[in-house]
Design a protein around this ligand. Sequence first.
Ligand code: C2O
Ligand code: CU
Length: 541
Amino acid sequence: RNIKYYDFVVQETNFTKLCSTKSMLTVNGSFPGPTIAVHKGDIIYVNVHNQGNYGFTIHWHGVKQPRNPWSDGPENITQCPIQPGKNFTYEVIFTTEEGTLWWHAHSDWTRATVHGAIVILPAAGTTYPYPTPYSQQTLVIASWFKGDVKAIIDEALATGGDPNISDAYTINGQPGDLYPCSNETTFHLLVEYGKTYLLRIINAVMNEEQFFGIANHSLTVVGQDGAYLKPITTDYIMITPGQTMDVLVTANQAPSYYYMSSNPFFDSVAPFDNTTSTAILQYKGNFTRPSSIPFPTLPSITNDSAASNFTTRLRSLASKNHPVNVPKNITQHLYITISVNELPCANASCAGPNGDRLAASLNNVSFVTPDIDILEAYYRSLTGVFDEDFPSFPPNFFNFTGDTTNVSVFTATGTKVKMLNYGDAVEIVFQGTNIGAAENHPMHVHGNSFYVVGNGTGNFNNLTDPLSYNLIDPPELNTVGVPKNGWVAIRFFANNPGVWFIHCHLERHASWGMDTVLIVKNGKTKATSLRSPPAYMPPCS
Ligand code: C2O
Ligand code: CU
């Protein structure tokens, strides 16, 4: 096991895109931020120096951090923010993860500009479960806002309305040829004819799932969320915010230029950014750029079946070297409805529907972020910070995905957590609903990966749907897209004691309360118990 050290200096930096300049928070002056490259099982120490104007935290998305939620990062869930002028060293412990993950700020909307890739190579003496690629490249897809992201979400929360949509998507920081003032900087990936490349694709977008493809080239998906998959060949991928995908592409077409592009998969009435980001796959050699470059054919923006046809093909490798460990006898069943709601306006009138303010919930609880972190409160047995009564089932049953005109759109508020025993075999069924407006929700669980054992449209049926579960080779993810007006069932063993955030990875939903917390209690031994905190946790004011 290797140990590596990184310094992240977080500071305001000027960037010019789409013909306008703004100051934004970056790590070490770059967007996207620096790539962390490790081998499976390494430990890294990342000293984060806050030279910006406000507090924030950093999260290591998809890294399980066994017994170590102290370094997981979500603000006021596992730590208080690192204040301006202060620093904090995260200890990031890699164990079973292999492939691609990412890191990002986990405070309000700071992650829009503060994020980067984590590349996890096979451990020394082991190899990829596929032919070693000639070369590899990270592709980070992100959102670009001309305005200040903190101001955008602060204003939306103050008025109760929808936050502004982004002005562009970027691939490795560049909007690409279709946007104004952007074609000089379009990202180019230079390839050699006949060679195979590993693309490590990260969806760091704030509010929209994405389709991605490369003109004339087929993609072979071999991994997702830091775990291997049985290879599948496809013309496009669908990747939700939070997810990562490892894709092989062979440069086997006539040497030329080909567009790679991403555009949203978004099927809802909510406002969204309907633009297309491009990069170029460019063959090495002596030829001139053609006047027209072929474009990939991607599914239309609202094509739900194109999205599910892709995701339902994904299977774990489930091999001798990469076995699966799917719980069979469940000890904790959770059934969690997901909805976009409303809350009454504190002032006379808000910018949400009917003068209310927009909200979101899980099991009709709209999560309220406490003033001091839940981990600290749990560890020190402080009362009054959270309640242990997050419901295991929705408070009332109705036709979740049918006509909901008579169902109240209003939600309850609270800081409610779900307690789990160490070693519990957990099943969570996430149920999308038709309240407000139905849409897809990428649900993310911290501190654990999970197996996606089933999914379907309509309401989950607890008698018949489990009969079709895949318990043999379900994909192992940390973020799963719950289909519009449908459901997803996930399973995992609660063998990581600590405090773990669960939330929608669409940032506007997370900001509106589509979140909860799992607390996994200690086991019987020291090795199955939460570690004690480092002495230097950022203080809560
Ligand atoms: Cu990628 Cu809670 O985050
Ligand atoms: Cu959502």
